[in-house]
Every structure is written in C-alpha cells, then in structure tokens.
Design a protein around this ligand. Sequence first.
Ligand code: G3I
Length: 334
Amino acid sequence: MKHNSLYIGTAVPNRVFSEWGKYSDVVTKSFNCFTPENEMKPDALLDGVGSRASLPESYTHAKVRFLSCEPIIKTAISTGAKVRLHTLVWHSQTPDWFFTEDYTEGGALVGRDVMLCRMESYIHDVLSYFIDNYPDLIYAVDVVNEAFDRDAGDDSGVRRKNNKWYATVGDDYYYQALRFAKKYSDGKIGLFYNDYACMYKPDMILSNLKKARDEGLVDGIGLQSHLTVGENLGLYFDAMKKFADAGYELQVTELDIGIKEKSKENLRLQAEYYGKLADGIASLKASGTNITALTVWGISDELSWRHGEYPLLFDENLLPKPAYFEFFPKLCGI
Ligand code: G3I
C-alpha cells in the first residue's frame, strides 16, 4: 500500500515470514516497508559459530553471510516493499569475537587500526551485497545505532559502557562508521544515525554528529520512539524541529507506545496518544519538515519485545486496536 510520500513500515521477524499466510493480509494492506527485527544485525550476519568466527577472510576481514536475510528479501521483492537495513555498527548484538586478536570470545581486544579495517570490510561487504544483488531494495540504513547516552557515555555522551567499538576504535567509532558507509553506499540509500529517547538528548546528538554532518556523511536521524502513554509529546516534536532545522531527514524507526495494563480506558488513552503523535507528524510534514518514513516496531502486541505493554496497532488476534483508527488515517494522507 502506498502512503503518498511517507514510507509506513513495520518490524518483521523471520517467524512472520514462516507463517506468512497468517500475517500477509495485515502486513501488505497497511505497510509498504519492512525492518528486519534482528536478521540484519551484526550477530546475524557475521559468520561465526558460538564463541568464535568461522574461517575469517583474514585478520582484518571477518566473513559475513546473509542466510538470515533471505525471507525478508524474498517477501519484500514479491510484495514490492522496501527494506531498512538495521543496523551496521551497534554496541549490542555484535559478537565479542569480532573484536579480538584470535577471533574468539574472551580473546584480547585488537587495536584501533585493525578494528577500523574490520569495520570497513564489514560495512563494505554488507552494503555491497545489497547494492550489487538487490539494487533499490534498501531505502535506508541505520549506519550507527545508539552511540550517545548520557549515563553510559564519556564527557561528550559517546557510549563507553559495554561498548567494544569504543574500547577498540575509540570515541570517534560512530564517525568512522558513517565515513565508511558513505564511501561504500550507492548515493541512494539514506544513511541514518538511529537512537532511542531522542527527545531527551537532541543537543547531544546534534553536537556529536556535527562533524559527520558537515562532511555530508549522514543524511538523517532515526528516532526510535519507544514511548509510553503520557510522555511529553511537546519535547518529542521540539526534538524533531531541532533535527530538521539542522538539515536532517527524519524517520520514525521503531515506534511503539506502551500502556500499563490492557483495559478499555488504557486502550482509549493509547489511541488518543497515537492520534496526537500522528497529528503532530502530519502538521510538521505539512509545514515542510522532511519526515520520510515511519515504522512501528512490530505488527501485533503478541510479537512485540514489549508485549506486556500492548504497545502496537494490532492485537494478538491481528485485529486493529482503537490506536490503529486514530493513527493510520492521519498518516495516509500526508
Ligand atoms: O535467536 C535466539 C534464539 O536462538 C534463542 O533460543 C532465544 C532465547 O535465548 O534468543 C534468541 O535471540 C533473541 C533475539 O531477540 C531474536 O529473537 C535475543 O535473546 C533477544 O535479546 C533479542 O531481542 C531483540 C533486542 O532488540 C535485542 O537487543 C528484540 O527482538 C528486538 O525487538 C530489539 O530491537 C531493538 C532494536 O534493534 C534497537 N532499538 C531498541 C530495540 C528494542 O530493544
């Protein structure tokens, strides 16, 4: 389904494609782009078994494989959907062995130069695979995910805690990743920085990305938008305006809006909140803000990583919830 100029998507785990008969109607009627929930993350693509790499290409070049991507690629092509490549460089869901001298978990970490070579070859291999084999399938890539966090970060907020990218490459690892993605992309795929809780840290994100932005290495900011009913949407839209004023393309990348328990009143409040978010996005877009995609982080509550908070637009029986009716119509016209 084409929603005018806005891509409207959903996160899709491979289990949905293995039950495609059950989900295809809901998915194809509502969404025109997919994000693999886990299947394009480094721990899915880096070729290893358990705690070690499998036959790396070399000391500076780990091997990648794309088996996990086949279901989403096949379905996207057959339904005419686009795909978001989530994600290249992230401190999480990346095997520890990718950062060690002997490619085994627990091994000594490599130095900056070696890790930069491994980062570059990984980004090259992943981007080239999609560009060469499936041109125009990938509409955007989360080049870097969740690199800035006040509590887990250094003085600039660059994430240092539990971050082997920081431990090996250093505090500019996110900049280097953006540099390599720019080098190996096709000029058509949107190069994004993606993060959670953007409404609470817009200035930290903007200041850390400034060098990359000034060098044309990053096109947009992905606002994950894992929200809870009652959070301050004014802050959310203020952050969007700050990013837009700095020239960024904006995409809502992982939207879900939790409620404490499933009651008629809470479902009504959730619908109202989804509606207010849609109104604000529609209004910003109408005033020229470059919002180009919106993805909900899952099809139905039972599939959600936050399933206990009933955060999505369809219920466990794949029936649209009140939130669906307050949300979708407001986005389809923009
Ligand atoms: O694949 C293994 C399976 O073999 C094993 O049996 C099972 C039980 O241990 O775990 C499976 O892996 C799980 C994986 O999802 C695939 O289902 C991991 O344990 C689990 O931690 C992982 O959770 C994902 C989470 O990212 C990990 O950080 C969620 O599905 C996914 O929705 C979530 O998505 C992230 C975005 O990528 C980035 N933004 C935040 C968002 C929510 O955390």
